[in-house]
Design a protein around this ligand. Sequence first.
Ligand code: ZN
Ligand code: ZN
Length: 241
Amino acid sequence: MPGTELTKRKHGLLNILYPRCCPVCHRILPDQTSLVCGDCAQNLPFIRSPFCMKCGTPVAQGEEYCRDCRRSEHVFDCGRGVFLYNETWKKSIEKYKYYGCREYGDFYAELMARCALGDRRIRGMDLVIPVPLHERKKRIRGFNQSWYLAARIAGKMGIPAAETAVVKVRETRSQKKLSLSERRRNLSAAYEVTEPLTGRSVLVVDDIFTTGSTMDAMAEILYRAGADRVCFLTFCVVPAA
Ligand SMILES: [Zn+2]
Ligand SMILES: [Zn+2]
């Protein structure tokens, strides 16, 4: 993998006590200054063009939108993910979120920032906001995985990030039995915007884009708070069913 960010990191005592692991194969990184091992860096399966102009999942040559986006009216403007969600990334994200492999987030953020900066629809946006976690959930998990990414991505893009511009005021239960519009309504009532966003173009960051109901709910309340444009950036996107 080219680029200095993926190979140049400071050594520290922490790396000796808790050696950094590869976010793809989970082996201890032979070079503790890199974000991914040499073998895995060789064949990272990036989502490449052509991808859906709305949600970023791969589409057939000549197609503008995926099947799901042709059917449904998303509220957000557009979005991108770095990889297609699969077993490899499922395991990686689980380790990042629940098993203390925080360093994986540095790898995710680096690739997400590159993706954003390489997309002219997204690179000029002026504020990064994470999908919020409810306080209780955050206490249990110890951190908001989306804020960890958002803060780093904003830094690499040279724009501000606002951790609490949107807060989650109600916990939402499993939404599997609800229709898409019910999910969105449910979710947008669970979020609250805490600062004026008039005229801002907001990039919403999360780890995974699944059905889009979270991003649509975020977009809905951000537009209501005056945002001019709302796009999303995730590490993975789940292909449309
Ligand atoms: Zn590896
Ligand atoms: Zn799509």
